[in-house]
Design a binder for this molecule. Structure first.
Ligand code: ZN
Length: 268
């Protein structure tokens, strides 16, 4: 009987203690300095209705409790870095029943664009090694890598319509299905049909615009790389250029609105 009791106690510790701790943390007041960081680096925050602000703060607390931030190179992780990244990442979760990025464990942050060694196979079997400056990367093994100066750049250049944090965390949502292919978890087969119909059409039209040298696309031309990137840059446009996206790509806007369950046009 003794060993059974031990197993029960071990299970309680493994599963119940973190849950009790999380409930305790979510009940605490949101620190005032954190609210100041949100107002400074998340322009949408101040314009959102109160219930969304409350939801966001709750998600941020859970995010900060569950994920580990690691400073890379000479970067020291500060509250501003943690709260800004958590805030932008959790914007994608508002009003949705989803967990807070259940597969994600670590956020690695560099002070500026980081260099990742790459191997590329050229035709003829020659492998080249290139060093690319990257502003963000999302891995399906539970890591997101970000360059802090790029995170701030998005925060303070609203007209630019880019946001590297939202971009990488859209990839995280996309990968929750087990495949990062531009189709995140949807509620039904009908929802998937509608999604793929709209996404394919919009993707083709972006390719067409690029081939015909139309500059000024609402959707970042980088989206033409593949359907996964298309979903990530569409997510950026949905949150950062909502009015323009709704005007020029109403069907795409509608798909994203029903997925993200928010109306960012109200916060412009
Ligand atoms: Zn990407």
């Amino acid at each position: 009987m003794g060993w059974l009791l031990l197993i029960v106690i071990a299970l309680l510790f493994a599963f119940e203690v973190p849950r009790v701790r999380l409930r305790y943390i979510l009940r605490q007041a949101f620190p005032l300095p954190y609210s100041r960081i949100l107002r400074k680096n998340l322009p949408e925050y101040s314009r959102m209705p109160t219930d969304l602000q409350m939801q966001l703060k709750r998600r941020i607390r859970q995010f900060l409790y569950q994920k580990k931030f690691v400073g890379c190179g000479d970067l020291e992780i500060t509250d501003e870095i943690r709260v800004t990244i958590a805030g932008k990442a959790c914007m994608l979760l508002l009003n949705r029943p989803s967990e807070v990025y259940p597969k994600l464990t670590h956020i690695l942050v560099y002070s500026a664009a980081f260099v990742a060694p790459r191997q590329q196979m050229l035709s003829g079997g020659i492998v080249t090694h290139t060093n690319q400056g990257l502003s963000g990367e999302s891995w399906s093994d539970g890591r997101v890598i970000l360059a802090w100066d790029q995170v701030l750049h998005g925060a303070h250049n609203e007209l630019h319509g880019q946001d590297v944090v939202m971009h990488e965390f859209a990839h995280q949502l996309d990968s929750e299905t087990g495949q990062t292919n531009g189709a995140p978890l949807l509620s039904s087969a009908a929802a998937y049909r509608a999604w793929s119909q709209v996404m394919e059409r919009e993707y083709e039209s972006l390719l067409h615009a690029i081939q015909h040298h139309h500059h000024h696309t609402v959707i970042d031309p980088y989206g033409a790389t593949n359907p996964a990137e298309f979903f990530a840059v569409s997510t950026e446009a949905f949150f950062k250029k909502s009015t323009e996206l709704a005007q020029h790509h109403p069907a795409l806007y509608e798909q994203l609105r029903s997925f993200y369950q928010v109306e960012p046009r109200d916060w412009v």
